[in-house]
Write a protein that binds this ligand. Structure first.
Ligand code: UDP
Ligand code: MG
Length: 140
């Protein structure tokens, strides 16, 4: 089934000049970019986007990290896009992510926060996250 999923190229990805490299991984896997823009994260957006983490001790540090520089948000579309993009990323902790995954190849193995890219973790999250960052007329 063709699905849409939200990605965010995080500040570590932007600072390492890896935006094109990471987008190329997705494109090479057959996923299509159907929306894309650069934005600065705000506390209000982050509180919504990471609402499942607001009570965690690392939440403040995560928000500071996500505001370090502008990020690229995008929507990828394809067959089973939600699960496939998560597979291409690898697990949250880059130290545990296998070589060949985006986080395994480019994430900071000494800092779990700096893992290059966000991706929606399920159908419900994907629908909410796409709508959080994009209007209907920004998705092609
Ligand atoms: N994170 C962190 N410390 C942790 C767990 C997560 O800083 O112990 C950060 C990390 O950047 C992660 C984000 O919070 O990507 C969201 O966490 P989640 O559990 O949703 O992981 P993801 O879905 O990004 O793999
Ligand atoms: Mg998540």
């Amino acid at each position: 089934m063709s699905e849409k999923t939200l990605i965010i190229l995080k500040p570590d990805c932007m600072k390492k000049n890896l935006a094109g490299t990471v987008l190329a991984r997705f494109e090479s896997a057959g996923l299509r970019i159907v929306a894309c823009k650069m934005i600065r994260m705000t506390d209000a957006l982050l509180r919504e986007h990471y609402s499942h983490l607001v009570d965690k001790p690392f939440f403040g540090g995560l928000c500071d990290f996500m505001k370090e520089c502008p990020v690229i948000v995008g929507v990828l579309q394809g067959e089973n896009a939600i699960a496939r993009v998560r597979e291409l990323l690898g697990p949250t902790n880059s130290a545990l992510a296998p070589a060949g995954t985006i986080r395994g190849d480019f994430g900071d193995k000494a800092n779990i926060t700096c893992n290059i890219c966000h991706a929606s973790d399920g159908a419900e999250a994907a629908a909410a996250e796409v709508a959080r960052f994009f209007c209907e007329n920004e998705i092609f």
